[in-house]
Design a protein around this ligand. Structure first.
Ligand SMILES: *Cc1c(COP(=O)(O)O)cnc(C)c1O
Length: 399
């Protein structure tokens, strides 16, 4: 007699109960956009301190106009994958603009950052097609890397080794574990839940010495850091040889949606062949590509947005220090306020909401156990007064 087959849905329900009990249940809330930095949640206007629209481009009139004009001319959907007639002039223009901006030879569009990371790592691991045989790829990653980088390494069947956050010596020890295997070292450029910038120059030097390929996920650096907002890799002055695989997303500072991988023609052509999340999926709507071309111009040439953001970041950090609010070490728009316990983080978030601010609590497993936090993000849409009032509310909510 075998025991009765367990029901996966029942297991899911049991897991939900466990999460609810531990104050870890996730909940989707429907919101509406308001004026400027406002969002409307449950009928109440809140100042949004959770958006990744760092430069305030998502509602830029020129982007909206570009999207509408392209949709009128070309319709909404691409109608097919890039390889099967879905690759339009707008996509080609966007890839060229992204390559130029990031100082790379070529760039390849993906529909999301999640898919870009899965596609790039699986292709580099030689796991592009089922049954493909290649030497195992050693994939060395920062402990705090984004979930999509970890999932990429898992899906690709890599030997995954994680190193102590931002610790180059620890990364070196992990590379040494399999000195004879091909190796990829992957890191976020700016860490999404902590806001700090990876030690890119020393990591590049390590990779050069160890003949490993460096991949940087610059989802939160692009548009924000570096000359003309070209990102953390440009800020660190690292060439295509030093960072052969550069991934960026279009849904954060650029205010649209989608992602790209930039690098050599050899890399991009390899991804066209082997990145399954590129090959087997519909191309992003061409109107979004048109809007993103306009977003790149705004990000590059409306430098006042970055200046304003820098002033708001400085204001927030000084104000927090003056009020005795502890922050993490971050010079980017991501300014988390550590709370520790998940229940306390939820309570602080609820108090902020009652005071008119949307600042969600980030809990495990998104962050390590015991490191729940309020993830404050700043945007060029905020006014100094918004930041000042948030600081007062934070001091009260975390007291
Ligand atoms: C948001 C994010 C992604 C995923 O990008 P999407 O386009 O939202 O799928 C990947 N990496 C990092 C570091 C991110 O913050």
């Amino acid at each position: 007699m075998t025991s009765p087959r367990p029901d996966p849905l029942q297991r899911l329900a049991a897991e939900q109960a466990r999460r609810a009990h531990a104050q870890l249940r996730r909940r989707v809330r429907t919101v509406a956009t308001g004026e400027g930095a406002q969002i409307v949640v449950d009928g109440r206007r809140l100042i949004n301190f959770a958006s990744n629209d760092y430069l305030g481009l998502a509602r830029h009139p020129a982007l909206v106009e570009a999207l509408v004009r392209a949709a009128r001319e070309d319709g909404v959907g691409a109608g097919a994958a890039h390889l099967l007639g879905g690759h339009r002039d707008e996509h080609a223009r966007l890839e060229e603009a992204l390559a130029r901006w990031t100082g790379r030879e070529r760039a390849l569009l993906f529909s999301t950052g999640y898919m870009a990371n899965l596609g790039a790592i699986t292709a580099l691991a030689g796991a592009g097609e089922p049954g493909a045989r290649a030497e195992p790829l050693l994939c060395v990653q920062d402990k705090l890397n984004h979930a999509s980088l970890l999932d990429g390494a898992r899906l690709a069947g890599c030997t995954l080794k994680r190193y102590v956050h931002a610790n180059v010596d620890s990364a070196a020890r992990q590379l040494d574990t399999y000195p004879g295997d091909p190796a990829l070292l992957a890191t976020d450029g700016v860490f999404s839940m902590d806001g700090d910038v990876a030690p890119l120059a020393p990591l590049a030097a390590l990779c050069r010495a160890q003949r490993a390929v460096l991949m940087v996920d610059d989802a939160h650096g692009l548009g924000v850091l570096g000359p003309d907002g070209a990102g953390s890799v440009a800020e660190a002055k690292l060439s295509q040889d030093e960072v052969p695989v550069l991934m960026g997303t279009l849904g954060k500072a650029l205010g649209v949606s989608g992602a790209f991988v930039a690098g050599s023609a050899v890399l991009v052509d390899g991804l066209v062949q082997a990145a399954r999340s590129f090959v087997y999926t519909t191309a992003m709507p061409p109107a979004l590509a048109a809007a993103t071309c306009t977003a790149i111009d705004a990000a590059r040439f409306e430098g006042w947005r970055r200046d304003r953001l820098a002033r708001l970041i400085a204001h927030f950090r000084h104000g927090a220090q003056a009020r005795g609010i502890a922050l993490l070490e971050s010079r980017t728009p991501i300014q988390p306020v550590p709370v520790g316990d998940s229940t306390a983080a939820l309570a602080a978030s609820a108090r902020l909401e009652a005071a008119g601010f949307y600042v969600p609590a980030i809990r495990p497993p998104t962050v390590p156990p015991g490191q729940a936090r309020l993830r404050v993000t700043l945007s060029a849409l905020h006014a100094e007064g918004d930041v000042e009032r948030l600081l007062d509310a934070l001091a009260a909510a975390c007291a």
